[in-house]
Write a protein that binds this ligand. Structure first.
Ligand SMILES: [Zn+2]
Length: 225
């Protein structure tokens, strides 16, 4: 792997021919997520671990969480490449991941498939990690690790298909309206106004709350499910 440094970011090589870039802000988030998991979430869920284990499992969990985000982006990028779009890079930064595709979507079918690929990967990962959690029920550390990853991917998937730009759901909705009306501008405007109703910032606050563990605590008491 060739590593090169640009302003505020580091290129770490390629995955499936797609260049990967980590913005420095991403390392901060990685630490922040580890800190929340080790300092708050895991200690409240699993009482009898030693401090070392909270940090160890917290660290591994947060790395695998970001691998999950990365795979979500790779999902978008691989489908885009299959349709011969130029994929500049996949970048991880403070708000998660982004697939930088150098061209506008050419038709609704391609936009739909490129947009839906990310959430599909995320839902598959949720199933995969829940499966592992069930398999390793006897080992509390591994169970905690896989169960959290299943949960966070499930949330991420649901959050992602909400119909607000710049979430994938916004683009999926635009592709559907575009296919029906055959009019990209109209689809764009309509999808944007639906997105406004959802309010990206409201969604963002929900997401940050979730990251901070409030939402997850809510789930555990069975209030939301
Ligand atoms: Zn996505």
């Amino acid at each position: 792997m060739k590593t090169s440094f640009k302003k505020n970011q580091v290129r770490v090589g390629k995955l499936f021919g797609i260049p990967l870039t980590f913005d420095y802000s991403w390392f901060l988030v990685l630490f922040f997520v580890t800190w929340i998991l080790a300092g708050s979430y895991f200690p409240s869920e699993y009482k009898n671990w030693s401090k070392v284990y909270y940090w160890l499992i917290g660290g591994i969990t947060s790395i695998l969480f970001f691998v999950s985000v990365l795979l979500h982006e790779i999902g978008h990028s691989l489908v885009a490449k299959k349709f011969n779009y130029k994929v500049k890079q996949v970048k991880l930064f403070i708000f998660g991941g982004i697939s930088e595709i150098g061209e506008e979507p050419r038709n609704p079918k391609e936009e739909f498939l490129i947009s839906v690929a990310g959430p599909v990967v995320t839902f598959l990962l949720a199933g995969f990690f829940y499966g592992l959690a069930a398999l390793f029920k006897g080992n509390e550390y591994l169970y905690a690790l896989f169960h959290y990853l299943g949960l966070i991917n499930l949330f991420l998937g649901v959050f992602n298909i909400l119909p607000g730009f710049p979430l994938d759901g916004g683009r999926i909705l635009r592709a559907i309206i575009w296919a029906r009306t055959k009019d990209f501008d109209k689809a764009n405007k309509l999808a944007a106004s639906v997105g406004r109703i959802f309010g990206f910032f409201v969604i963002m606050i929900g997401f940050l709350e979730m990251m901070a563990g409030f939402f997850i605590d809510g789930l555990d008491c069975g209030c939301l499910l």
